[in-house]
Ligand binder design. Structure first.
Ligand code: GLY
Length: 482
């Protein structure tokens, strides 16, 4: 189940073989991981090991992380934490896990940010990877909270999530596709179709209005209250008809991910179409100019973030299409990103990659998202090559999660984690303290578990569920609504 949401991290889900006797090779994977480790450590030192600071992009002059963009409220706040989790995945070194835990824990409050659509970026890159790699129930709870927060920005009449509050009337940006992943994932985890329907409807709206016939994409589409188009534009790119490279990369990654969850052919076709446009317009070194339409002789900075996002998306698209063009392009992008031209191998710049562009006129910087998707693309490449990753050390904790859904109608799920082997009992009590039932009473080894509770036959109201182990008791409240 988890692996459907995180195929990059689940070798068993990428059953695709590389359908070519001579696929492109990522020649410097080990060196790239070495370099990334050095830069992540450098960043930890630069931040003074203060886990309330979350790098967004570097300052063009100093090369250090821009101190004006370190807040957990920035759209970028999850990427550094996500990169730490990826480094843990790549190396199995618990030092990376421990830092990842610190930087992730600091982002809990960001799961309640309601003023933009970026809850998905902030929480799925941090908590999503945390949960996938540790199955810690505390991470699960924050993920569900973030999905609920994000879904509150959905307008059923328009059929979309409102991306921003600061321009237009109801702006929806192509990047928003990425934030659907946490909704699809939550629907899959909880069985709650609401999240699936919100994500699917938004994906349909975006498919209809962002994707052009030639496979390129608009950045922003603004709607009126009835779902009619006010205008279409490209805010971070060259002009309203141009093709912002990172937006195009979000489309490749986003439509591919949506196909992963929905299995609907139209989304796969959209991903293919967006990818073909991207690949057909790449320069010889495979790293795009920040906007494919930016004229010669003008501001033509490169965007390694677009390249890294696209590479990661193309690896997944390859698994659905078996088309070597996607695999080979992704590898060529990785090879190019790993050279001195784009990697900070010989630079005093704090990021792993350099030469990203924030928006027109603000290029030649490092970004935490270029680094994150670069590491993800390396993981996906290694997975496709059947690499066995180092064993990850689990974190045994005692934890009783809030039941989900809550309030519930008849049936709900209770997740819990056990830190030490022994007898475990979970019982349900009513408000007067009368035991209603014992759901579970058995000897368990340490690990993560889930039980279902069916309240059919009980009256609506508040109930308590109690987890008992040798020496510990944890109680939580749940609400049954018929
Ligand atoms: N999602 C914001 C950006 O890509 O710049």
């Amino acid at each position: 189940m988890l692996c459907v949401a995180f195929p990059a991290l689940c070798p068993s889900m990428i059953n695709a073989q590389i359908h070519n006797p001579n696929p492109e090779q990522f020649i410097s994977a080990d060196a790239a991981i070495e370099h990334a480790q050095r830069k992540l450590l450098h960043t930890l030192e630069e931040l003074g090991f203060n886990s309330s600071l979350h790098p967004g992009h570097t300052d063009r002059q100093s090369g250090r992380w821009d101190t004006g963009y370190l807040k957990r409220t920035e759209w970028t706040s999850g990427f550094f934490s996500g990169s730490l989790w990826y480094m843990y995945k790549l190396t199995g070194d618990i030092v990376w896990r421990d830092y990842a835990v610190m930087w992730t824990d600091d982002l809990e409050s960001a799961s309640g940010i309601t003023y933009d659509h970026d809850t998905g970026f902030r929480i799925f890159t941090s908590y999503g990877n945390a949960y996938n790699l540790t199955e810690g129930r505390n991470y699960y709870r924050v993920l569900l909270n973030a999905a609920e927060t994000l879904s509150q920005r959905f307008n059923p009449r328009i059929g979309a999530i409102k991306s921003w509050d600061w321009i237009g009337h109801f702006p929806v940006i192509i990047d928003n596709l990425m934030n659907l992943e946490i909704l699809f994932w939550t629907a899959e985890q909880t069985g709650n179709r609401k999240f699936y329907n919100v994500a699917l409807t938004h994906a349909e709206t975006s498919l209809k209005h962002h994707l052009r016939a030639d496979g390129s994409t608009y950045h922003v589409v603004d709607f009126d209250d009835f779902g009619n188009i006010n205008w279409k534009d490209t805010r971070q790119g060259y002009n309203s008809q141009s093709v912002w490279a990172r937006g195009q990369a979000w489309a490749i990654y986003g439509f591919t991910m949506i196909y992963r969850f929905t299995g609907e052919q139209r989304f796969l076709e959209a991903a293919v179409s967006a990818s073909n446009y991207f690949i057909n317009n790449l320069p010889p070194d495979y790293i795009p100019i920040y906007d494919f339409m930016e004229p010669y002789g003008s501001v033509r900075t490169k965007d390694t973030s677009a390249a890294a996002i696209a590479a990661s998306g193309l690896f997944e698209l390859y698994t659905f299409t078996n088309n070597m063009r996607y695999f080979n392009t992704a590898v060529r992008i990785l090879n190019s990103l790993s050279t001195e031209e784009y990697s900070t191998l010989n630079d005093e710049i704090s990021s792993i990659l350099k030469k990203s562009t924030l928006h027109r006129g603000h290029g030649n910087i490092g970004t935490s998202y270029a680094d994150y998707y670069y590491l993800e693309a390396i993981i996906r490449y290694l997975e496709l090559n059947d690499t066995v990753f180092p064993t990850l050390a689990g974190i045994p904790v005692l934890f009783l999660d809030q039941n989900y859904p809550n309030p519930f109608n008849n049936s709900t799920k209770i997740h819990y984690s056990i830190d030490e082997p022994g007898m475990v009992e979970i019982s349900v009590y009513d408000m007067s303290g009368r035991k209603i039932t014992t759901i579970l009473n058995q000897n368990l080894s340490s690990g993560n578990y889930q039980v279902s509770f069916d309240a059919t036959g009980l009256s609506s109201g508040v109930y308590f569920y109690v987890l008992r182990t040798t020496g510990n008791v944890i109680t939580r409240k749940m609400v049954y609504l018929k």
